[in-house]
Structures are given as structure tokens and as C-alpha cells.
Design a protein around this ligand. Sequence first.
Ligand code: PMT
Length: 350
Amino acid sequence: MNITPELSETHYFETNLPPSTLAEHTALANAFVKQHHDAKRPVVLLTSGGTTVPLENQTVRFIDNFSAGTRGATSAEYFLSHGYAVIFLHRQFSLLPFSRHYSHSTNCFLDFLSEWGRIGEDEEDGGKAEQAATPDVVVKAKYRQEMLSVLRKYQEAKKKNLLLLLPFTTVTSYLFTLKALACEMQCLGNEALFYLAAAVSDFFVPPSRMAEHKIQSGDIPSLGGDGSGVGGGKKLIVDLDPVPKFLKRLVEQWAPQAMIVSFKLETDPQMLLSKCRQSLERYSHHLVIGNLLSTRKREVVFVDREGIEWIRTPEAGQDSEEVEIESLIVPAVIRKHQEMLERRKTGAKK
Ligand code: PMT
């Protein structure tokens, strides 16, 4: 039988189990979307972090995809600052908006704190403080201003319920949730934006071939030879199937009216533009943002039907603050989203 992309996608959802959190996450998204739809606020579904491919049902070992979640977590903050509500579909324990400034950093979060009144602890009080009668924990003076600004934005987002955090781990849980959320967002029409920064596994172990328990090295058959080499002649050979490409289904059926932006990560500069163009042609969505692993924090390329545009951060001078490239990417994406909304309003094609 000829397996068409349609069939392989249907087969994927029929043969893999949905995550146990699906109903709860769908209900949360439903209420979130309704709130912001009523408030006429645009909503972005932002995916972030890498998906895993488990090798065992009771998972000890898994294959991972590269992504710390920096692009997603940072972009989420800029979308919020431009008036969007954000559904943040992220790899569990990857970077989160706001807390990213203090987690996973080279400083342990405890390095931002000091004991109030402890002599010499805080350089900015000149070490003059008296030993306090009741010790307390405070933010060190040099971090206070920035932390206050992050804290205020975080509290504002919480108070107005502008940020919905939904975690995933495996590629299967990611795809089930993406599909469900996209369907919940259909009522938003053109106001919905998909910003797909997650790094999604291209291959997986289908349930029919998945080991239930931890794979035992003793059970792996020897590949011949006298077993005297490294590993004693044993090799764990993992047989992976391709994950069906879901972008086409997202564009055509799950979110036909929304603006869809995908990312493309490459390591070979020679391939980046052609892979972005190929993706745009294959899936007929609105924008591909290409980036190279080695330069992703300094430059990206926008590829759409109008052409290509490089976005680069300015050279950081000695005294100048480093610019986060997401502070340039997000407004440029929003501009394109607003243009699309305008065109749809006036009935213009493109
Ligand atoms: O988090 P950081 O450390 O900051 O890194 C950010 C990043 C480099 C990971 C990010 O900027 C980025 O480039 N993300 C996309 C990585 C990538 O190339 O993903 P992909 O090849 O798995 O998918 C490309 C697109 O195809 C995605 O938008 C995805 O939605 C889609 N896809 C992928 C697999 C699949 N089975 N179906 C799909 O539709």
C-alpha cells in the first residue's frame, strides 16, 4: 500500500498514545483562548525546546533534540510586551520566560542573594552594615534594579493571565498537544499566530518496536567477531521510523486562518537558504526563520514569498548592552502578522 502523508499522519495518531495531560491542557487552553478572544487580544502559540524520543516505554534512555529554550523563552517576553497573549508550549525544565534570567545561568540563583545586614556581604553598601538582629534574605544591590523590572513584568503577565505555560517532553506529547491547541485556537481566525521555535524530532521508535523495560546491555546480541574489541563486539542498533511532517496538516487543516512561522536550524551555511525555501514551498505557510547553530544568537534570515531579509544584532561595543536578537525578530514577525490582518480585512490577496 502506498502510504501518503495524510495516511501516515492519521496512522501516527492512531498508533501512539496521547499524553495523560492532554485533556487538562486542552481545557486550560480553551479558557485562555476564550478570555483573550473576548478581549480582542491576539494570541501566539509559541513552541520552545527540544522533543525527546524514548527508547523504552518505562523510559530510562531517550534521544534528545538540541534546544535550551532560549529563543522561545526570550521571544515570549517580547510578544507579551507587544500586547500578545502567549501560550508557551515548552519542553519541561527548559528555559521559561522571566525566570530564564535567573535559572540555568552561570550564576546559581543563590549568587543573586545576600543575607541582609551581614557585614561585607553586599559590595554596594561598602560593607558598612551592622549585623542585623533578625537575619533576612535580600537581592544584592547590583542586581536589584534589573530584577525589579523583570519581576514587575512577570507579575503583570500573571495578574492579567497573559501567559499559559504548557510542558511537553516526548515528540508524541508535543504533536498531540500542538494539534489540540491549534483546534482550540481556530475561533481566533487571523488573530492567531504560530511561532514554532521548538526543535522537533524527525525520527522515533514506533510503539510496536518499543521495549517495555530498560534495555539491558546483556540482552544485546553480539555482532560477531571474537568480542575482544571495544564493547566486546556488541552494538545497540536503534531502528527509527520517520515522524510524519505535520506542518502541512497544521497549515491546511488545524489552523487554516492563522499566520504560521516556522524555524529552520542548520549547521552548514551553504544549506540554510535552500532548506528554508524548500520548507516554504513544501508547506505553503507564511514565514520561515532560518538560523545557524553557531550564529543563532547574532543573526537569522527571514524567508517568505516576498524574498529574504537578514536580521542581525549590532556589534556589541565595550560599554553598550548586548541586544537580544529576539527583540528584533519579534517586532518584525508582528509587523508581518499585522500586514496579513490588514490584507485580509481589505480582501487583498498575497
Ligand atoms: O532554544 P535555543 O537553544 O535558543 O535554540 C533555538 C533553535 C535553534 C532550536 C530555534 O531557533 C530553531 O531553529 N528551531 C527549529 C529547529 C528545527 O530546525 O526544527 P525541525 O527541523 O525539527 O523543524 C522545522 C520545522 O518543521 C518546525 O517548525 C516544525 O514545526 C516542523 N516539523 C518538524 C518535524 C515534524 N515531524 N513535523 C514538522 O512539521
